[in-house]
Design a binder for this molecule. Structure first.
Ligand code: NYM
Ligand code: MG
Length: 208
């Protein structure tokens, strides 16, 4: 049996990643594809609780400490993720190490330092980037509730994401109707799954 694919959603805050990643997993499961939804930060773990306190501005941490906690929160999930991928389950992940680099580098931290703690994580097969201008995101309900949800920060984060894109990324216009976005992403995901079934690649590439 072919391994599962690692599919990641990235984007600025309020771009619709949670909605779209949830819908993608539902659609894949409905079509008989084994797929599981994951989210980073995973706020349910002990490390995730510390991250949540920081994001909600209840606790303060240095830029370096919070960066490393976000990375540790991915590492604590990695063994299970690898086991799932190897047993044929496709993983759909709401944010990943790209968010780690984009948000920290947007605070003027050294991008090379920011990439380092994630070195060795499984590299995604496909990344869907939900693109929204921060002025439009700011109009959406809930924007501004957490620490990084400020216009200037989001503009810098968006630029950081742009600098990380390669051919495994698809940029999707997040201002479109949710059904339209879902249709586009499902088509892209099915295409990737079909290609993988025809020519299964092992879990190879690692984060560098
Ligand atoms: N975030 C998320 C980071 O700064 N670094 C990371 O490694 C990850 C995964 O956390 N503003 C930031 C991006 C968001 C915030 O994410 C919470 P979400 O998806 O809103 O729960
Ligand atoms: Mg958020």
């Amino acid at each position: 049996m072919a391994r599962g694919l690692l599919i990641v959603f990235e984007g600025c805050d309020r771009s619709g990643k949670t909605t779209q990643s949830t819908r993608l997993v539902q659609a894949l499961n409905g079509a008989g594809v084994a797929a599981k939804l994951l989210k980073f930060p995973d706020r349910t773990t002990a490390i995730g609780t510390m991250i949540d306190g920081y994001l909600q501005q209840k606790t303060r941490l240095s830029d370096q400490a919070i960066h490393l906690l976000f990375s540790a929160n991915r590492w604590e999930a990695m063994d299970q993720m690898r086991a799932d991928l190897e047993s044929g389950t496709t993983l759909v992940v709401d944010r990943y190490a790209f968010s780690g680099v984009a948000f920290s580098a947007a605070k003027k931290m050294d991008p090379r330092w920011c990439r380092a703690p994630d070195v060795g994580l499984a590299m995604p097969d496909r990344v869907f980037f939900l693109d929204i201008h921060p002025d439009d995101a700011a109009k959406r309900a809930g924007f501004g509730g957490e620490i990084y949800e400020r216009r200037e920060m989001q503009i810098e984060v968006r630029a950081q994401f742009s600098s990380m894109m390669d051919k495994s990324w698809s940029v999707v216009d997040a201002l479109q109707d949710a059904d339209e976005i879902h249709g586009q992403i499902l088509a892209l995901a099915n295409e990737a799954l079909e290609r993988h079934r025809a020519d299964p690649a092992p879990i190879g590439r690692l984060w560098t």
